[in-house]
Design a protein around this ligand. Structure first.
Ligand SMILES: Cc1ncc(COP(=O)(O)O)c(C=O)c1O
Length: 453
């Protein structure tokens, strides 16, 4: 069989990478340091110790190019990794494009998304430090599910604050977490000061990721036995996800091909970082590969936000991070891709974007759903609404190639499946899904609340 006929490109288990790749070693502009939200002074590792496990703090500030994956984590990864890279012959045919389209499928993990790549090491490093309980937030529920399973693997109690609008829309995600033995409550909740304040101000608030983060951090800081864990944005999370792009590079070698463009959807930035960052060293050496992050037009932190220090949460418990942001008080519209409703973007992705190594585009919700439907009908997989943003951009690139009569190689990350998102697809199919663009006045209003640094 010729390489062009390959459909599944499967790496053998012994090729599963043994190191995470840390892009901080190769960045032309080093990251601006995180700042204390009160004093505005740079934070040291000791300042983060009440919140995060020590090893994760060390990884957060490390500039080592490669960090070894502990044997125990590597063993757990083997349950579903290396994940397959598919050649999308069906989609290519449906689009009648001369381009080659590949997708890396992270939905094969037991929880259905890439989030387990970071949940396992985070729970592991907490366990070896003797931590008994981890608090976290979740938007669409994918991260909460992943952390719940990872905590169960290591005998840790998981406490998940789930953004209320998703908690109500997606009862199956809550049940998923409860099956793994976690506790999941809607945020805002009456369990924390931040939650009580938000409920007093607006008892009907849909909640935001920024507010759920405040509750989870407050929970961890208030208890000796608990640390906090975040499923995206931070450097160590992006590094754990680098397993995706490292596998893709090996799989592209097997297919005797190399991407012209690598695409991922952007919420806090971790799955995009995971597939794209391992290509940064090639790009710095002069390879012509484009790295394209795709975000919702309703929450466009890269394409319309500013690059500034901002808080990661609503209540002001997190450090100030220099990132592309829409302002921490911004309440994103209730689009169906709940995992992309975050006001900021990973500082690593933001810095590389400002250095011109990464491109970004914003897309409308209905265009993503129509792309998801074309994909489902040609490849068979129903994607997570978040991942459909990457599919939209991949289809647009393939159609552009067709218009120009050029064959390009397009690779995108299918970060998760959408089997628990069928209510969102039902809305789309019955014509009830609105296209929401973020209004300029709301953006200007929100940016007024950026901390003065
Ligand atoms: C399937 C899926 N893809 C993407 C995202 C966005 O997160 P990130 O940008 O950190 O990959 C989420 C977040 O919940 C998700 O569930």
């Amino acid at each position: 069989m010729s390489r062009d006929e390959l459909t599944k490109i499967i790496l053998p288990e012994d090729k599963l990478p043994k190191f995470w790749y840390n892009v901080q070693a190769d960045m032309p502009t080093p990251l601006a340091p995180p700042l204390n939200p009160v004093t505005k002074e740079p934070l040291g590792p000791a300042d983060l110790a009440p919140i995060f496990a020590d090893e994760l703090i060390a990884q957060e500030v490390s500039t080592e190019r490669f960090i070894e994956i502990p044997r125990e984590v590597h063993e757990e990864y083997k349950k579903w990794r290396p994940s397959p890279l598919f050649r999308a012959h069906g989609l290519e045919k449906a689009l009648d494009t001369p381009c080659k389209i590949y997708y890396k499928y992270e939905g094969v993990s037991p929880v259905g998304s890439h989030k387990l790549n970071s949940a396992i090491p985070q729970a592991f490093f907490n366990k070896i430090q003797g931590i008994k309980r981890i608090s976290t937030e979740t938007g669409a529920g994918q991260w909460g599910t992943a952390l719940s399973l990872a905590c169960k693997m290591y005998g840790i109690e998981a406490m998940v604050y789930m953004v209320r609008v998703s908690y109500n829309q997606k009862p199956y995600r809550r049940i998923f977490m409860e099956m793994y033995g976690a506790t999941c409550v809607p945020s805002p909740s009456p369990l924390t000061e931040s939650g009580r304040k938000a409920l007093a101000e607006n008892p009907d608030t849909p909640g935001t990721l920024g507010l759920a983060i405040s509750e989870a951090v407050e929970d961890a800081v208030g208890r000796e036995d608990t640390k906090y864990s975040l499923g995206s944005v931070l450097n160590h999370v992006c590094m754990h996800q680098s397993i995706i792009g490292q596998e893709v590079k090996l799989q592209m070698e097997m297919a005797d091909d190399y991407p012209d463009v690598v695409i991922g959807c952007c919420g806090g930035g971790s799955n995009f970082a995971g597939i794209a960052f391992p290509f940064i060293p090639d790009k710095l050496k002069g390879k012509k590969v484009r790295l394209l992050g795709v975000e919702p037009a309703a929450c466009p932190s890269l394409t319309r936000g500013v690059f500034a220090y901002d808080l990661g949460d609503v209540a002001g418990f997190t450090p100030l991070l220099k990132m592309q942001t829409l302002g921490h008080n911004f309440v994103p519209p209730g689009i169906h891709a709940g995992g992309l409703r975050y006001h900021g973007e990973s500082p690593l992705v933001s810095q590389l974007f400002n250095d011109g190594l990464i491109e970004a585009k914003a897309v409308m919700q209905n265009d993503c759903f129509s792309a998801a439907q074309i994909f489902a009908q040609s490849e068979g997989i129903i994607p997570a609404p978040e991942s459909s943003h990457a599919i939209r951009a991949a289809i647009d690139e393939a159609l552009k190639g067709k218009e120009e009569g050029v064959s390009r190689t397009i690779v995108f990350n299918l970060s998760g499946h959408g089997h628990l998102d069928l209510a969102a697809y039902d809305n789309y199919l019955s014509g009830k899904t609105e296209d929401i663009e973020f209004p300029e006045e709301a953006l200007q209003e929100s940016l007024k609340t950026l901390p003065q640094v």
